[in-house]
Design a protein around this ligand. Structure first.
Ligand SMILES: C[S@@+](CC[C@H](N)C(=O)[O-])C[C@H]1O[C@@H](n2cnc3c(N)ncnc32)[C@H](O)[C@@H]1O
Length: 384
């Protein structure tokens, strides 16, 4: 004589044979064979029986009662044959019951592999990726996997170290790992301070020395900071406060530098630019539906872009700068790297020059040659 569970299994097999293909699929990996599920609410009744017989602790039952819900994949659902024959589409509630792994992408990066990539990012760009950045790094790596046609993170790691690749993929890897968020007139108080407090004196000094005012947008991303500076200086020039000026934009990412050099922006990107300056310094592009804008040639002629990695100890710029903007860049570095980078940049600052950081960055606690003159604005000099 077959036991109740065996009978249930047999009945389930018969039901399966009658079921449609879709129903079979919904039954999942068990191949449609219904077995009693210990996680199903039906086992609660069995527990109650055992408890009444003194075989189970009351608190065990209470715990189970909180956890157990009816499972359509359980043999007990044969008690309601009609429900079995029309298996419901997976609901939100039933999907929630799936193990998290069922939703995970095919391959997740192993912790040790993640650490190798994080170390490489740190060594090459100084960017500190801790464990909380794992998902972000993984998403960025996946893009490179798709672009290279490679299947696994390990294959990609090999590609990065393949001598025949001559470092090409490493450059693209760095491009993918950097965060390039930027805006025209980002943190606008900096440009107000520059216009009202600094540029007239800086312009005067440069004119007397018969040289241009020199500005460096260090970590310039797609050039919006450099072109904002160009607009601000151009306005000062019109008022006669500044004579000649030149702006250097540098970044580690070749991708953003390409966009900076093209100087073409979408309508939504130019929104932060005041209307009057848009009219003066932007040209509507012909040939691409008229939707995009390009920085006017007279402004572009004053801005130059170069690739520069702050981790290259040997970098030296040909002249000293009156103003350095290094905003929202060192925030990605650890404290030690921040101090090194800032000190290195300050070497390229004129003795009477000014240094700007992002509003969420602080230089307090660093031994630098900088003195704070306003929040996130510093001048070169000794602290008194
Ligand atoms: C968030 S963006 C900031 C852009 C702009 N300064 C602003 O505030 O809008 C940071 C830029 O720093 C660049 N960067 C990161 N690490 C760098 C490094 N080691 N050397 C040079 N540039 C780096 C990134 O490529 C990125 O474009």
């Amino acid at each position: 004589m077959a036991s109740a569970a065996e009978q249930a299994t047999l009945e389930a097999q018969r039901v399966r044979m009658r079921a449609t293909t879709r129903e079979e699929t919904l039954r999942g990996s068990s191949g449609g064979r219904l077995l009693p599920q210990p996680s199903c609410a039906c086992s609660l009744e069995a527990q109650r029986v055992r408890m009444r017989a003194g075989k189970e602790e009351r608190n065990t039952l209470a715990l189970s009662a909180a956890r157990l819900i009816p499972r359509p994949s359980c043999a007990c659902s044969l008690d309601a044959p009609r429900a079995v024959r029309s298996i419901p589409r997976p609901s939100y509630a039933s999907a929630l019951e799936q193990p998290a792994a069922a939703f995970a992408p095919a391959e997740q990066i192993a912790p040790a592999d993640y650490q190798r990539f994080a170390d490489l990012i740190y060594q090459t760009c100084g960017i500190h990726m801790n464990a909380s950045k794992r998902l972000m790094v993984e998403t960025r790596l996946r893009k490179r996997l798709r672009a290279t046609g490679l299947k696994t993170f390990r294959e990609y790691w090999k590609r990065l170290h393949d001598p025949t690749d001559q470092g090409v993929e490493l450059v693209l890897f760095i491009d993918a790992m950097t965060t390039n968020k930027t805006e025209f007139f980002r943190e606008p108080v900096h440009f107000v301070y520059l216009t009202k407090k600094l540029l007239p004196a800086i312009g005067q000094r440069a004119k007397q020395a018969a040289r241009p005012v020199r500005v460096w947008s260090a970590g310039c991303s797609t050039g919006k900071e450099a072109y904002t500076l160009a607009m601000v200086l151009s306005e000062c020039r019109e008022r006669g406060e500044v004579g000649d000026f030149e702006i250097l934009g540098t970044d580690i990412s070749t991708e953003v530098l390409g966009k900076a050099r093209r100087a073409v922006y979408e309508p939504e990107e130019i929104e932060p630019i005041p209307e009057a300056l848009r009219k003066k310094y932007l040209l509507r592009r012909r040939g691409d539906g008229g939707g995009r804008f390009r920085i006017a040639p007279e402004l572009r002629a004053r801005v130059r872009f170069e690739r520069l990695n702050f981790m290259d100890n040997g970098f030296r710029l040909e002249a000293l700068f009156d103003i350095i903007f290094c905003r929202n860049v060192i925030i990605y570095f650890d404290r030690e790297t921040q101090a090194k980078v800032v000190n290195k940049l300050v070497e390229s600052l004129d003795p009477q020059g000014y240094f700007f950081t992002g509003h969420s960055e602080t230089l307090s606690g660093f031994a630098t040659q900088l003195v704070s003159v306003a929040p996130t604005i510093y001048r070169k000099g000794k602290k008194t």
